[in-house]
Design a protein around this ligand. Structure first.
Ligand code: IPD
Ligand code: CA
Ligand code: CA
Length: 271
């Protein structure tokens, strides 16, 4: 694949090259499906009061699983729309969000992504986030750097919150988290340049990795929202933790990602 030449060259092993290529092909295939469906009327089902699933989420997930099974067979899968609640957290597993930003997709807002991460022993080995409408393919392998369309990416060098453009998001079960979300936003907003609510956590993390955003935090996320983005940010030179600066785990729900200088300042602001 042309746009992966440098990305694959930098991957530290043959195995990681194969795995990244498998994830990238699956993400691009799903992205093509999503792009085609975006222009047509949608079939929308409610998963919760405000939580949607569309024909594109389901079609993309089916295509991703089939593609991964073809290119890298025998690896466990945790995919948002078919997840049954059972997973061995230490087993090597593809963590898949077939369409992150479904609400944007359904409302015709062009900010959404396919996100595929590979976890092994609880750590990310490879990650791909693909934004189909922008045709932007973000890739990372552990030790092989972070890349956007085959160009190396890095987090920002912003040193002060007042110069920082940060993002956050709101969980679907917002009533349960309202005080925390409002409290954090109230604390961060007057300290930073501005806050974005992109509507797709995988995009937020990819944008931190490539320096469009200086930081991102959100609570109550799922492993498929963050696994690929976690690796993208770390391989782009950034730091990813929970809200207390402790070791990040995609099973914890809360994430705070930024460049390493801003990180303690953002932790303090979010606290
Ligand atoms: C959602 C998006 C959103 C975030 C939500 C996620 P989905 O994922 O990432 O930005 O705020 O918490 O659940 O449902 O569009 O895949
Ligand atoms: Ca998601
Ligand atoms: Ca999703």
């Amino acid at each position: 694949m042309n746009r992966l030449t440098n990305t694959l060259k930098a991957a530290p092993s043959r195995e990681l090259q194969t795995l990244l290529l498998a994830a990238a092909r699956a993400a691009l295939t799903a992205g093509t499906i999503i792009r085609e469906l975006y222009a047509k009327p949608h079939t929308i089902r409610m998963k919760g009061e405000i939580d949607l699933v569309t024909e594109a989420d389901l079609a993309a997930e089916t295509a991703i699983i089939a593609s991964l099974d073809e290119d890298a067979p025998g690896i466990a899968v945790m995919a948002e729309e078919s997840y049954q609640g059972l997973m061995d957290k230490d087993e090597r597993t593809w963590i898949i969000d077939p369409l992150d930003g479904t609400t944007n997709f359904a409302h015709g807002i062009p900010i959404f992504a396919v996100s595929i991460g590979l976890l092994d022993g609880g750590k990310p080995l490879a990650g791909v986030t693909y934004c189909p409408l922008q045709d932007e393919l973000f890739c990372a392998t552990r030790g092989g750097g972070a890349w956007l369309n085959d160009h190396r990416i890095q987090v920002t060098r912003t040193e002060f919150l007042v110069q920082a453009l940060v993002a956050t998001g709101f969980p679907y079960d917002i009533r349960k988290h309202l005080d925390q979300v409002i409290g954090q936003t109230r604390s961060v907003l007057p300290k930073v340049r501005d806050i974005r609510r992109m509507g797709a956590a995988a995009v937020d993390l990819a944008y931190v990795a490539c320096g469009r955003l200086d930081g991102f935090w959100e609570t109550a996320l799922k492993p498929w929202d963050t696994t690929a983005g976690w690796l993208l940010v770390e391989e782009a030179g950034g730091t990813v933790t929970d809200f207390n600066g402790q070791q990040y785990s995609p099973f914890k729900g809360e994430i705070l990602a930024s460049n390493t200088t801003l990180h303690p300042l953002l932790i303090e602001a979010v606290a």
